[in-house]
Structures are given as C-alpha cells and as structure tokens.
Write a protein that binds this ligand. Structure first.
Ligand code: ATP
Ligand code: MG
Length: 377
C-alpha cells in the first residue's frame, strides 16, 4: 500500500508555523501498517494544490490532505479538490465527522486513490485520524515494528564507533537509525512485519549492552529519571534560573511524575534567588549569580524548602548577551543536593540561546538520573 500526505498552507512554507500534522499522520499510519512514503507541502493556491493532489493520487493508494478546508477566503483546498477530482465537489464525497471543530472533512475516490481531506488545525487532525485509520484495510503486511534504545552522555559518533566495533548488524530487513538530540541520542530499530518480534528484542538488547551505562531505562531522560526516582522511593525538586522552568516542564511531561516530582522555583532575578531559595545576598554579591557558590546554595535551599530528597539547581548565561570574560555565553553551573551533600559542575555549552537551554535541561536530567543510579561520584 502506497501512502502520501499533502500539507496545505502558505504559513508552513514560510516557516511561520512548524508542521505538526505531517508527523502525527505519518506516525499513526505507520503504526497501522501503512507507512507513508511521501510528505509534501504546498501553499494556499488552488491550481498548485489541485496539481499536487492529482499527481499524488495517481501514484498512491491512500492520500491524506490537511489544511485550507475552512470557510474563509484563504482556504481553497475544497475548490482544488473539486478541480483535481472532477465536478463541483465530487458527488460521491462522504463527509467526515470532526469531533473537535466545526469544519467537517471529506473522503472520496480520486484517480483510484482513497483520498481524505482534513482541516489544518492539529487538534482537529488528531481528532479525525481514528476515522482515517478505521477506513484502512485490515492489513498487517506493511506493519512496521520498532524498538527504541535511548542513551545519554555519549556523542553520536562515539556511539556509532562502539556499535561498529562490536560488530553489530541489525537482523535482515531491519533498519538502524541514530536520532540525536542535544545530550541524548536514540537508536531506533524499524522492522517490516516479517521480522519476528523476538529478533527485534534481541537486537535492542544487544544495542543496550553495547551502549553500556549510557543506555537509559526509558525512552526519554525525564522518563528515566522518574523511573529511578520511583524505584528508589525518592523525591525531586528543581530551582531554575537560565532554563526558566523547562526542567520542571520536562518532568511534568511524564505521566505519573507527581509521585516523585514535588515542584520547582523559577528564580530568575537575584531577588527571587534570595527570597524563594534563601540564597545569601552577600554570597550573591561576592560570587555573582552564575557561580558554583550560588548554584550550590540554590540547590540546598530548594531541597530544604521543598523537603525533597534530591534537588537540582541551574544558573548560567544562555546568551546572546550577558557574557563576561569569566562567564562567557554558554557558561552554566548545575548543582545537585541530597542527604549526602551538594556538588556542582560547570559547563560551557556552545550554540544559540535555545540550544544552551536545551543542553542545560538534558544535562541536569542526566546528572540527577546518574546520581540516583550510581550514587554520588
Ligand atoms: P479553519 O476552518 O480553522 O480555517 P482550515 O482547514 O482552513 O481550518 P488552515 O486554515 O489551513 O485550516 O489552518 C488552521 C490553523 O491550523 C492555522 O493556524 C494553521 O497555521 C494551523 N495549521 C495548519 N496546518 C498545520 C500543520 N501542518 N501544522 C501545524 N499547524 C497547522
Ligand atoms: Mg483556515
């Protein structure tokens, strides 16, 4: 079965809105045995949409179009479909219920292709995907199974060297891909239906072995941290300056985190560090906000105020401004405090503000994870 997705919207091509529908549709279809082999984007222009629909429909068995289906003048997908597939919206088009919004979707046959037309709002696409999936033939033939081994603290190239040095080869038909993020790389094994799940499990277990201590027990750093906290019966609290709550956000992304994550303080200004975390103003004055002393004091204060077993604190210069000779942009202190004491480490993360913050979040989660897993260094 050949499957394609066509995303409609000038704002997508202009980069003003980051696409969310392509990934959601592709993931859902792959999980149901209809992996997508092409995703395209086109602007809000009737004739170009019609041309892409005609061409994609001719080469695929299933085509999902999303966007530009609303009633406003900039929405021309309906007209384009009529143009591409013949007639004033083709007579045999069925309306598809929209449980989330008002604009209904359409399903019709076009060039022998099963064509679904959905609105563009991501929540509405999510709401209508079950109908698309229910319309698929009961085919297990193309079903892609996957296993993901997440790692942290090892660069992608180093990991790849180890995998090669260990002589790892995926089972026939299985594809191994490296999915790097700042501070964390995921290894993904994807297999067509013919591959026995046990072979996939064995390959994933071998990758875990090769990654060694870098391998994480769950699919993300935060989920791994939640898992080890739960296992140890410990609680965590956070004190964040330059990450502004991103670490807390990541912790609370994990379902069930409430049993181990108590909460956090965004202590961005010096005054907040003093009032919310009990950092001594004289210490701040003497060493500055971005310093080992301040990071340690934030972690200790946080641990005490939350009554947590473990506290993590970060303070740094995310940039682009604010760098000094002592603390250039990218300098970040990360401190952990637990019953055994407190320790801090300094990092010089490169890259723009967003990347410095992302690296800080991941490094903090990793340090907390390792502290629980391996005990204080
Ligand atoms: P409406 O009836 O609400 O106008 P529509 O079908 O006309 O829905 P669009 O006008 O294309 O959809 O988009 C509606 C909103 O959804 C816009 O804010 C748009 O930026 C957003 N959107 C559309 N496509 C995507 C996408 N692929 N990823 C993320 N957001 C999207
Ligand atoms: Mg619209």
């Amino acid at each position: 079965m050949r499957t394609a997705v066509l995303l409609v919207g000038d704002e997508l091509l202009a980069g003003v809105v980051a696409d969310r529908n392509g990934a959601a549709i592709a993931r859902a279809l792959a999980a149901r045995g209809a992996p997508v082999d092409r995703v395209e984007m086109v602007g809000d222009e009737r004739d170009s949409i019609a041309a892409r629909v005609r061409s994609l429909a001719a080469r695929h068995d299933l085509l999902v179009v999303a966007g530009g289906l609303g009633p406003t003048e900039d929405d021309v997908t309906g007209e384009a479909i009529a143009l591409a597939c013949g007639g004033e919206l083709p007579a045999d088009a069925a309306s598809v219920d929209n449980p989330v919004g008002s604009a209904a979707g359409l399903r019709l046959r076009c060039e022998g292709c099963d064509l679904w037309v959905l609105p563009g709002v991501p929540a509405e696409v999510d709401g209508m995907l079950p109908a698309v999936l229910a319309g698929l033939p009961e085919a297990d033939a193309g079903l892609v199974r996957e296993r993901v081994v997440a790692t942290a603290g090892i660069p992608e190239v180093r990991l790849a060297e180890r995998v090669v040095a260990a002589g790892f080869a995926p089972p026939p038909g299985v594809r191994l891909s490296y999915l790097p993020a700042p501070g964390s790389v995921r290894l993904r094994l994807a297999a067509p239906a013919g591959v026995p799940p046990a072979d996939l499990d064995a390959a994933a277990a071998r990758l875990r072995e090769i990654a060694g201590v870098a391998a994480l027990p769950a699919e993300s750093l935060a989920a791994s941290l939640v898992a080890v906290l739960a296992e140890a019966g410990r609680t965590l609290a956070t004190a964040e300056s330059c990450t502004g709550g991103l670490i807390g956000g990541r912790m609370t992304d994990v379902p069930g985190a409430s049993s181990v994550y108590l909460g956090g303080v965004i202590a961005y200004a010096d005054r907040a560090k003093v009032e919310r975390l009990g950092v001594d103003p004289a210490l701040l004055q003497r060493h500055g906000a971005v310093s080992e002393e301040t990071a340690l004091s934030m972690a200790r204060g946080c641990r005490e105020r939350f009554g947590a077993d473990l506290a993590a604190a970060v303070t740094g210069v995310a940039g682009p401004g604010g760098g000094t000779p002592v603390n250039p942009v990218g300098t970040v202190w990360i401190a952990l405090a637990d019953a055994a004491g407190a320790a801090a480490e300094v990092f010089r993360f490169g890259g723009p503000r967003e990347l410095v913050r992302e690296r800080t979040v991941n490094k903090t989660l990793e340090m907390a994870y390792r502290r629980l897993r391996e005990g204080p260094a």
